[in-house]
Structures are given as structure tokens and as C-alpha cells.
Design a protein around this ligand. Structure first.
Ligand SMILES: Nc1ncnc2c1ncn2[C@@H]1O[C@H](COP(=O)(O)OP(=O)(O)O)[C@@H](O)[C@H]1O
Ligand SMILES: [Mg+2]
Length: 236
């Protein structure tokens, strides 16, 4: 890995000349255009930019959900394209937590079961998984709603449950794509505050995509994208 001295912790996330080109049929889009950036461990970073500027694609590349058409992505020192499918699945399951705009809670499960799900998929025993879920629900202020079905929660509560689910397996990297995009102002600021506070408490690096400059203010670092490129970075 170039540019890193011996003994230094690797960047939590590193993009080196990363591009993502979508081309099929009539579609021909350079969604991410030679992006290079490092995110330090524990940093809270916001990625802002207009709709279509490449923010979600960038996040999906970081999550290993999408593969770049050029350049390399490293997560916690692992270059993703060098990993086997199994190793990538394991890295995603252990190292990365994701929060989406539309929560993606499973309607047939209780809130507690939803939060426990990443652990259950990782073969943690059910009792332990449910206990950990309970602890995370307390941290997001939802202990009293553990047995409820997701559809009985408010939008803000659903997103807080989704934040609990994203952190239950103690990921090093927490990725959030427009986590407040579907919330009113008050619920939005609660969720942003939680992402910052829980990220810090759990030692997770947080990268949050948002089109709201207001939401981005909570972050220590703000990166702005336009047409697939980084056009501003408060850290540089
Ligand atoms: N799966 C896809 N196939 C084709 N084009 C895509 C795909 N995903 C994103 N794009 C295009 O890439 C560009 C960036 O999209 P996106 O990353 O979703 O932007 P943002 O999240 O900033 O709104 C847009 O022009 C979008 O239409
Ligand atoms: Mg998007």
C-alpha cells in the first residue's frame, strides 16, 4: 500500500483514482470520475452534492456493493478487488454497517429482531444477538419499542432502529446514504446527532451522504461532489 508509513493504522477508507462507468443500452454515464481520497479512522465525514453527482455510487463502491471500472478501493487496509467473493462478504458482514434513506426494516420481524439480524446472519447465537440488539436499542432511545413491528414506528424511530441495526455487529465503517432524506427536521437532527455520537462511542468511522448542507454541518469533514468528481474537501 503506497503512501503509508510503517506502523501507522491504514485509512478506514481509501479511494485511489476510482471511476465507475455505467454503460449498457442507451446508458453511458461516468457516475464517479477518478476520485482519490482517504478517510481517517474515527472521522465523521459528510459527502454532499446535487442529485446525480455520484454520491450513492461512491458509497456503494465503499460498501463493496458496486465494483469500480477503474482504480482501487481499500476498506480498513483491504483492497476490495483483491478479495475473493467469500472474503468480501465476510469483510462486509464484519467491518461495514449501512444506513439507507428508506430504512429497509423487515415488516415481519420485531424491531429487536431487525436489529439482531446482522448478528444472526453472522451465526451469532440467538440469545446473544437479541441481547446485543436490546443494548443498541437502548442507546438509540428505543428500548420501549423493542417488541413493536416496524410499521408502528415514526420515520425518525425507524431510522434510529436502522442505525442500531447498522452498529450491532460493531463495524469499523458506518456508511449512511441520505439517512435524513425521508425525515422531518427534528427527526433528522436526532438521527444526525446519533450518527455522530454513536460513531464516536463505538469507534466507528462514519461516512454520510446527504444533499442537505445543514445535515453536513454536524460532520467534521465535508466533501462536495459534482458530476462524479470531488470539487471541494474541507480537509484539504
Ligand atoms: N445502476 C446504474 N445504472 C446506470 N446509471 C446509474 C446507475 N446508478 C447510478 N447511475 C447514474 O450515475 C449518476 C450518479 O448517480 P448517483 O450515484 O445515484 O448520484 P447521487 O446519489 O448523487 O444522486 C447518475 O447520472 C445516475 O443516473
Ligand atoms: Mg443518491
Amino acid at each position: 500500500m503506497s503512501g503509508e508509513g510503517a506502523g501507522r493504522a491504514p485509512a478506514a477508507l481509501r479511494f485511489a483514482h476510482v471511476s465507475k462507468h455505467f454503460a449498457f443500452g442507451e446508458t453511458d454515464v461516468l457516475a464517479v470520475d477518478r476520485v482519490t481520497l482517504d478517510v481517517a479512522p474515527g472521522e465523521f465525514t459528510a459527502i454532499i452534492g446535487r442529485s446525480g453527482s455520484g454520491k450513492s455510487t461512491l458509497l456503494n463502491l465503499a460498501a463493496g456493493i458496486d465494483t469500480p471500472t477503474g482504480g482501487q478501493v481499500w476498506v480498513e487496509g483491504h483492497e476490495l478487488s483483491a478479495l475473493s467473493d467469500d472474503a468480501l462478504t465476510l469483510l462486509r458482514r464484519r467491518t461495514i454497517g449501512v444506513v439507507y434513506q428508506f430504512f429497509h426494516l423487515l415488516p415481519g420481524l420485531s424491531v429487536r429482531e431487525n436489529v439482531a439480524l446482522p448478528l444472526l446472519l453472522g451465526r451469532v447465537r440467538e440469545r446473544e444477538a437479541l441481547d446485543k440488539a436490546e443494548a443498541l436499542l437502548a442507546e438509540v432511545g428505543l428500548a420501549a419499542r423493542a417488541n413493536a413491528r416496524p410499521h408502528t414506528l415514526s420515520g425518525g424511530e425507524m431510522q434510529r432502529a436502522a442505525v442500531a441495526r447498522a452498529l450491532v455487529h460493531q463495524p469499523q465503517l458506518l456508511l449512511a446514504d441520505e439517512p435524513t432524506g425521508n425525515l422531518d427536521t427534528k427527526a433528522a437532527s436526532q438521527v444526525i446527532e446519533l450518527l455522530g455520537a454513536l460513531g464516536a462511542r463505538h469507534g466507528a468511522t462514519v461516512v454520510m451522504v446527504t444533499h442537505s448542507r445543514e445535515a453536513a454541518q454536524a460532520a467534521r469533514r465535508v466533501i462536495e461532489m459534482r458530476d462524479g468528481r470531488v470539487v471541494a474537501d474541507s480537509a484539504s
